[in-house]
Design a protein around this ligand. Structure first.
Ligand code: HEM
Length: 464
C-alpha cells in the first residue's frame, strides 16, 4: 500500500510539473553533475586540457569524424602541454619519454614476418610492383608527349604503386591499379573501413533492417573479404603467415601497407618541392653515385644515400601520416607522467604528431630540415611515426624498401617541378611561422591532403 502511495505521489508530481520540465531538470542535473565531477572529483581534474574534452567524448569523436584529429594533434600539446585530457577518462600524451614508457607494455605480433631477411626475398617483387611499374607508366606517357613533359598526380601514382605491392606480397594477386589507373579495390577498402567504423561505433547498424542503411559500404566490405579469401585459397604469398582469413587482419594489411607508405612518399616529394635547396641536394647525391636508369636496390640506397634517407625521416617527423592519437590503457599499477598521476584504467592517447614536434627535443620543429637526421641516431629514435617499442609498426622494413626505392630512383631518373599554373603552394607561399606552407590535410586513418586530385600535380621530364 505504501509503495502504491509513493508511486502515485511521484506520478502526481510529474503530472504537476510536466514531462518537459521534468526532462529538462533531469538533463540539467546530469550536466551539472558531469561538470562538477570533471572539475572537482575526476582523477584527471588536475591534468590540463580543453573543458569540453572533460565533459564528453563526443568532442574527440566529432574531430575524428570530420578529419580534424591530425590538426588538433599538432596544435594541442602547445596549448595544454605533454599530458592533457582528451576524453573524460582519457589523456593524450606527447612527451617522447612517456611515449617510450608506454610502448614497452605490449608484445610485437607480426614482427618476424617483416624482418629484413624475410623481405630481402621479396625485394624483386617490391621493385616490380613499385618503382619499375611506376617508371613503365611514366615512360609510356613521356613517349606519347610532344614536348617530353607530362603532368602526373604523384599522390595517386604512389598510392597505386604501394597498393599493387601489398596486393602482390600479401595476397599473391596482381591488382594492376597503377597500370590501369584502377581505383576499384582502393575504393572498396575505403568503404570497408567506413563500414567497420560505423558498426563499431553504432553496433545496431550491423543488424537488419538498420544494416540496409550501410548498403554500399557493407557490399564493399564483403567484396574485400571475398577477394582476400579467394586469394588465400589460390596461393599463400610471402606474408601469408598473417592469416588473412581473419577478416579485419586482411583489411588492416591492405590499409596499413599501402596508404601509409604512399602518403609518406607524397609528403616527402611535396616538401622537397617546397624546399628547393634540399631537393637539389637530394638530386645531386643520387646522380653523382648512380647511373641513369640503374635500378638502385634497398641496401645500396641505405648505404649510399644518407641525405635522401634523411629526407624521408624528416618528412615522417614533420608530416606523420599516422599523426593522430593512438589509444592505450593505464595498467594495474597506475602511472605518473610529467608529474600527473593517472590511475589504472585511464585511457591514454599517444599523440605521435605532438611527440615529433616537441620543442624539448627538436630545434625549429616546424621547419623541414633533413640535415637533422644525418649521422644522428638519437634523432631517429625520437621520430615516432612508426610508433616505438613493442608497439612499433611491424611493416616498417617493407615501408622503407618501398619508399627509399621509389624516391631514390625517381629523383635519379626524372626532373620534377610544380606545373607553371600551380600557384597554391611553393617555396614563396609562407605560413604564419615563415616556413613554406604545406598542403592542408585531413586525417581519418592516415593523413591525406585535402584535395589530392587537384593539388598533387607535378610536371615530370626525363633527366638530361
Ligand atoms: C610509412 C609507412 C608506415 C607507417 C608510418 C606506419 C605506422 C604504423 C603505426 C604508428 C602503427 C601503430 C603502432 C601502435 O599501435 O603503436 C602501425 C601498425 C601496423 N602497421 Fe604500419 N606503418 C607503415 C607502413 C606499414 C606497412 C608497409 C605495413 C605492411 C603491411 C604495415 C603494417 C602494420 C600493421 C599490420 C600494424 C598493426 C600492428 C598491430 O596489430 O599491433 N605498416 N603502423
Amino acid at each position: 500500500m505504501i509503495t502504491i502511495d509513493i508511486i502515485w505521489s511521484l506520478f502526481s508530481t510529474v503530472l504537476h510539473i510536466g514531462y518537459v520540465n521534468l526532462l529538462a531538470t533531469a538533463a540539467s542535473l546530469a550536466i551539472a553533475y558531469r561538470v562538477y565531477y570533471a572539475l572537482y572529483v575526476s582523477p584527471l581534474c588536475n591534468v590540463p586540457g580543453p573543458f569540453l574534452a572533460r565533459i564528453t567524448n563526443k568532442r574527440s569523436e566529432f574531430l575524428g569524424a570530420i578529419g580534424y584529429m591530425g590538426r588538433f594533434a599538432r596544435n594541442e600539446p602547445r596549448e595544454y602541454g605533454d599530458v592533457y585530457v582528451y576524453q573524460p577518462n582519457a589523456v593524450a600524451i606527447s612527451h617522447p619519454v612517456d611515449v617510450r614508457t608506454l610502448a614497452s607494455m605490449r608484445r610485437r605480433q607480426l614482427g618476424p614476418y617483416f624482418s629484413m631477411n624475410y623481405l630481402a626475398k621479396a625485394e624483386p617483387k617490391i621493385a616490380q610492383n613499385g618503382i619499375l611499374s611506376l617508371k613503365a607508366k611514366w615512360e609510356t606517357q613521356l613517349a606519347a608527349s610532344v614536348d617530353g613533359r607530362v603532368e602526373v598526380n604523384y599522390y595517386k601514382d604512389f598510392l597505386f604503386a604501394t597498393f599493387d605491392t601489398i596486393g602482390a606480397l600479401a595476397f599473391g594477386r596482381e591488382f594492376n591499379a597503377l597500370k590501369n589507373n584502377d581505383r576499384t579495390m582502393i575504393d572498396w577498402i575505403g568503404d570497408a573501413v567506413t563500414y567497420l567504423g560505423m558498426t563499431a561505433n553504432f553496433p545496431l547498424l550491423a543488424n537488419y533492417p538498420a544494416s540496409l542503411l550501410l548498403g554500399r559500404w557493407e557490399r564493399s566490405y564483403n567484396s574485400v573479404i571475398d577477394y582476400a579469401k579467394a586469394s588465400v585459397n589460390m596461393r599463400r604469398g610471402y606474408l601469408s603467415a598473417t592469416s588473412p582469413e581473419n577478416k579485419p587482419e586482411s583489411l588492416l594489411m591492405l590499409l596499413a601497407g599501402s596508404e601509409t607508405s604512399s602518403n609518406t612518399l607524397m609528403w616527402t616529394v611535396h616538401l622537397l618541392m617546397l624546399y628547393p635547396q634540399h631537393y637539389q641536394r637530394a638530386v645531386d647525391e643520387v646522380r653523382t653515385k648512380f647511373a641513369a636508369d640503374y635500378l638502385i636496390g634497398y641496401s645500396e640506397g641505405r648505404l649510399g644515400l644518407p641525405f635522401i634517407e634523411a629526407c624521408i625521416y624528416e618528412s615522417m617527423r614533420l608530416m606523420p601520416v599516422t599523426g593522430g592519437l593512438w589509444p592505450r590503457v593505464v595498467p594495474e599499477s597506475g602511472i605518473t607522467l610529467q608529474g600527473h598521476y593517472l590511475p589504472p584504467g585511464t585511457e591514454i592517447y599517444v599523440n605521435l604528431s605532438g611527440a615529433n614536434l616537441n620543442s624539448a627535443v627538436w630545434d625549429r620543429p616546424l621547419e623541414f630540415d633533413p640535415t637533422r637526421f644525418l649521422d644522428n641516431e638519437e634523432a631517429r629514435r625520437n621520430m615516432f611515426t612508426f610508433s616505438t617499442g613493442v608497439r612499433i609498426c611491424p611493416g616498417r622494413n617493407l615501408a622503407w624498401i618501398e619508399m627509399l626505392g621509389i624516391l631514390a630512383n625517381v629523383l635519379k631518373d626524372y626532373d620534377i617541378a610544380f606545373p607553371e599554373d600551380y600557384k597554391l603552394r611553393g617555396p614563396n607561399v609562407l605560413d604564419e611561422n615563415g616556413n613554406p606552407k604545406v598542403l592542408d590535410s585531413r586525417h581519418f586513418f592516415v593523413s591525406v591532403p585535402q584535395n589530392p586530385e587537384r593539388d598533387c600535380r607535378l610536371v615530370l621530364t626525363k633527366r638530361v
